[in-house]
Design a protein around this ligand. Sequence first.
Ligand SMILES: [Zn+2]
Length: 351
Amino acid sequence: MSTSSLPARPRALRQRLFETSINRNSRGGEFDNREVIAKIAKVRAERAALLGYAHHAALQIDEQTAGSVENVLRLMAQLAPPAVANARKEAADLQAVIDAEGGGFQLQPWDWDYYSEKVRAARYAFDAAQVRPYFEMNRVLEDGVFYAATQLFGITFHERTDLPKYHDDTRIFEVRNEDGSPVALFIVDWYARPSKRGGAWANAYVSQSGLLGTMPVIANHLNVPKPPAGEPTLLTNDEVVTAFHEFGHALHGMFSQVQYPRFAGTAVARDFVEFPSQVNEMWATWPAVLSHFAKHYQTGERLPAALLEKIQAAAKFNEGYRTTEYLAATLLDLTWHQLKADEVPAADQVL
Ligand SMILES: [Zn+2]
């Protein structure tokens, strides 16, 4: 969306929308869920006490990699100051736009989205269509996602056209170790189709298990629109990053070496499960990997550095606000769940 296409909505309407949204489910009537929230917090606190924990947060975190509520709070205490400092800088940028337009008011929560879109469009806009010719789907898969995994882990990918497939749009690869021994089957299912749910995810159709003697069959599902026959599939930058992300989950499943299927692959602590995928995302823009796959599908020319810088700068935009917002939500959640049963507020005190 460019600035010029942004409709000039009255500020009073933005305020009304914001306040209506933030107060929903807490203004009485059949959709008021404050009582439900208070009850959930209370029974969770009671369960934690029965199981010998100080509170629900301690019970939940006990089996996570973080280990303790104190560890979580310590990490968040490190993140909060720089995140808030960034959010303040972003707020100053937004105020500058308001002032330049002669707005004559102080930035309020309901102004944030509207003015941050103006700043984004003015400073970080790039034409997504300019980037896509460098992200042809099969190059991204084979020269990007697979290439990075071969460089890192020595595994190689061998297409199996002899195996039955549940859909013609999919591709199946046998993944092999350096010595040629099999690791897993990997199903690439990147195209959207009407019967598929939205989003992107990894799935283990067969989990690895020493007990059952099974090897992993892992799939990555994306929702890339399929072009008309004969045209190349050109991905957006987001789709490229998503492809690397989901392949991180796939690696987690393929490298599983456990006895019991209960612990196979991504069946790990909730606060660890996104680690392999987030690490694998890094390779999408790692220069040695990017330069290997991001080539113009017609000319073979590499993705220009200036264009890449624009993509990366745009990805960081508004991060102060976003990080502050989720840290605030996390702290609120942790605070609620450290209450003892008799400390949980009554429904009319919830908000
Ligand atoms: Zn993920």
